[in-house]
Design a protein around this ligand. Sequence first.
Ligand SMILES: Cc1cc2nc3c(=O)[nH]c(=O)nc-3n(C[C@H](O)[C@H](O)[C@H](O)COP(=O)(O)OP(=O)(O)OC[C@H]3O[C@@H](n4cnc5c(N)ncnc54)[C@H](O)[C@@H]3O)c2cc1C
Length: 430
Amino acid sequence: MNIEDKDYIIVGSGPGGATVARELSKRKKKVLILEWGDNDPLTGSFWQGARALLFPGRSMLFTRQMLGLVRGITTGGSTVHYYATSFPVPFRMLQSYGIDISYEVKELREELPVGPLKDEMVGPMSKRLMESAQNLGYSWKKLDKFMYQDKWKPEYKFGHYGDPHRVKWSARMYIEEAVANGATLINGAKVKKVLFEGNKAIGVEFTKGIKKYKVFAPKVIVSAGGIGTPVILRASGIKRAGYDFFFDPLIGVRGTVKDIDVPTSEIPMTAGVHIEDEGYMMTDMAHPFATTAMFAAGVFRFHKVFSRRNTLQIMVKTKDELGGKLTDNGGVRKILDKNEKQKLRRGYERAKEILKDAGAKSIFKTQYLAAHPGGTVKVGDLVDSNLMTKHDNLYVCDCSVIPEAWGMPPTTTIIGLGKRLAKYLSEETR
Ligand SMILES: Cc1cc2nc3c(=O)[nH]c(=O)nc-3n(C[C@H](O)[C@H](O)[C@H](O)COP(=O)(O)OP(=O)(O)OC[C@H]3O[C@@H](n4cnc5c(N)ncnc54)[C@H](O)[C@@H]3O)c2cc1C
């Protein structure tokens, strides 16, 4: 294991860390990636996925209102389990903080397989919901997906628990590239804090198993995600990290149909609509058996636990106001307020209408969930427009740096930020 003589230490391998690692290693920089989760080959099995995504207290965190917040602890971060939707970037908002990633987003759209799904990949649930929503006058359209569509086969299950067929792009693929370019990846490495000499970051301390290590490099980039990054920064003395954040709360609205048999290959978030003035988006949302059962049982619909094949589901996801705080261990303390609940309620009423038009009966909603924690280390507050903290040589690049309430899938934006940071660090100008 060669961990001496590195130019950069990158903590975390989600889309933020993976993009920076790939871009820097492409430029012949010596990169060390420290990742808490494992790098086992993806099998797509429930047990492997559950270990990385649904482990209470580690990857599945609960607020006091029992809102379940999930994050992926594995190489590639949450993108190993995400729905692979590439959502438009709010360029104007970022520009108002001195950040222009228009070029980087153009570049990523050329490099990655981004686009709407071809018709044969649109499953029966998505098709039915799209027809009903359009009947009712919604501008419900196919969304862009990060998917290698030429590799897809109808018999492939969607990679909710990781995609062994590699149809779904995930940040793990950028890590593979970085390693092929010479980067070193250490798994099972949980970073505890950044090490300083005066005001200058000089390395990090991490544990692997029961052993503690210190590694050093001229620059440190923390990309441990919206929860992981503020926990590390706080332990490093940056006490204001982890306050006033967003997590984009959502509900699933479900109904039962008799005439559709939803296949396990059904791709979630194939199409949808963003109702910006009311502050939420709605999309189709296929789930695998376990989460269908879990979330039905969570609202006492025990008779719906085994009904995955006949369930149509719409996800309603809203933009929550910035608020709340994380505990020093990453516990999430944030309350959904009346306004946010009302927005989800409004979305629920609309989703119900679409489901009824689609022929669904016994409609109900799931408990609150969330999957986009961010805004915990904001640009313009704890990092500058180059994503540098107030400490020399210490940068942050992940969902934490987003400066305002959000409410949409963030991966495209995070990759754009990662590309921009790598260029800045390599002293490249456009
Ligand atoms: C089920 C689900 C579906 C989603 N669908 C979409 C979608 O369709 N489109 C979209 O754009 N977004 C989607 N998202 C959200 C998206 O995946 C995340 O917003 C994105 O991955 C965040 O990137 P990140 O780099 O900030 O952090 P993460 O992806 O969370 O990566 C952080 C990494 O840091 C590691 N880490 C954490 N703490 C430490 C530590 N102390 N030491 C070392 N390593 C550490 C973690 O293991 C992880 O690998 C989805 C998320 C989920 C959970």
